[in-house]
Design a protein around this ligand. Structure first.
Ligand code: NAD
Ligand code: UDP
Length: 310
């Protein structure tokens, strides 16, 4: 098949492009390089079945493809808040452009949605049936509401035009190719520990997240995309739930660092807890994560050691 991956030069997108090429598909990678980088895909540029197109998903595009994965959107809070209007345009107009193309081509289209659609959840763990608790006017809303609107568009195109959709709700995922300045907690803690700097814990560090290693996530993507039973939304994530203090301790231990913890102000609307209920993925996709936190952190630490020359 010929497959379009928007956001294909980013952390997750570049791993997905690699996976699709390894399965014998042709890949068109569309990216404006806002938070992605050529370095993530440079090893693919010589492959005749791989094509990089520098383009903004907000502007219409036309390619002859069989499948579309829509991943284009900054994912880290400092990056998506840098230009909030651009972020919501990316989610909403990017979805419309992908869905319009899928409709014309009769192609299957996949949306990288997020656990952020659940906001600061008052149901725990979160099932796909939970509608969420999202502030529509806060500093995270450009991302959360943009992704919620994209899901709405996916279902409207599905109901109204019969577009063949798949939606995954991704829970915090980490691994090699995250940017050192990404701003998300795993990369921040690892880079700080490697440099011997203080680890910046926001708030008292009792808030929780559930961290999934990238390879498990990509396996979930491909399984959802290539089955005919369900459209989603499907939660894909690792149910292992940790406080930010526990994460900091794990990183310090694995790096062998003597860095201290420093507490900074908790950003507004920061969710207090998050854990995926993955029953649907287990039952419908026969999917479950394989890599536990320590194993995934160790591999990510090795990546950053090399990437930063530390
Ligand atoms: P990332 O920032 O590394 O990747 C996003 C990619 O999209 C980058 O390459 C960026 O340059 C590109 N992009 C951004 N705006 C664009 C635009 N207007 N036009 C074209 N390209 C654009 O982040 P990631 O972690 O790889 O996330 C990939 C997708 O998965 C995103 O849609 C994100 O919302 C979603 N997601 C990720 C996580 C996670 O924990 N990693 C969690 C939930 C959802
Ligand atoms: N966080 C932190 N220190 C950092 C970066 C983030 O304590 O240097 C916290 C943040 O406040 C949140 C959690 O870690 O409670 C996860 O943040 P991240 O930005 O990785 O993901 P998200 O909040 O989008 O789930």
């Amino acid at each position: 098949m010929r497959v379009l991956v928007t956001g294909g030069a980013g952390f997750l997108g570049s791993h997905l492009c690699e996976r699709l090429l390894s399965e014998g598909h042709e890949v068109v990678c569309l990216d404006n390089l806002f938070t992605g980088r050529k370095k993530n895909i440079v090893h693919l540029l010589d492959n005749p079945y791989f094509e990089f197109v520098r383009h903004d998903v907000i502007d219409p595009f036309k390619f002859e493809v069989d499948q579309i994965y829509n991943l284009a959107c900054p994912a880290s809070p400092p990056h998506y808040q840098y230009n909030a209007i651009k972020t919501i345009k990316t989610s909403v107009m990017g979805a419309i452009n992908c869905l319009g193309l899928a409709k014309r081509l009769n192609a299957r289209v996949f949306q990288a949605s997020t656990s952020e659609v659940y906001g600061d959840p008052d149901q725990h763990p979160q099932t796909e049936a939970y509608w969420g608790n999202v502030n529509p006017i806060g500093i995270r809303s450009c991302y959360d509401e943009g992704k919620r609107c994209a899901e709405t568009l996916f279902f409207d195109y599905h109901r109204q035009n019969g577009v063949d959709i798949r939606i995954v709700r991704i829970f915090n995922t980490y691994g090699p190719r995250m940017l050192a300045n990404d701003g998300r907690v795993v990369s921040n803690f690892i880079v700080q520990a490697l440099k011997g700097e203080d680890l910046t814990v926001y708030g008292d560090g009792s808030q929780t997240r559930s961290f999934c290693y990238y390879s498990d996530l990509i396996e979930g993507f491909v399984r959802l995309m290539n089955q005919d039973k369900i459209t989603g939304p499907v939660n894909i994530g690792n149910p292992g739930e940790f406080t930010m203090l526990e994460l900091a301790e794990a990183v310090l231990e694995l790096v062998g660092s003597k860095s201290k913890l420093v507490h900074l102000e908790l950003p507004s609307d920061d969710p207090k807890q998050r854990q995926p209920d993955i029953s649907v993925a287990k039952k419908e996709l026969d999917w479950a994560p394989k890599v536990d936190l320590k194993e995934g952190l160790a591999a990510t630490i090795e990546y950053f050691r090399k990437d930063l020359g530390l």
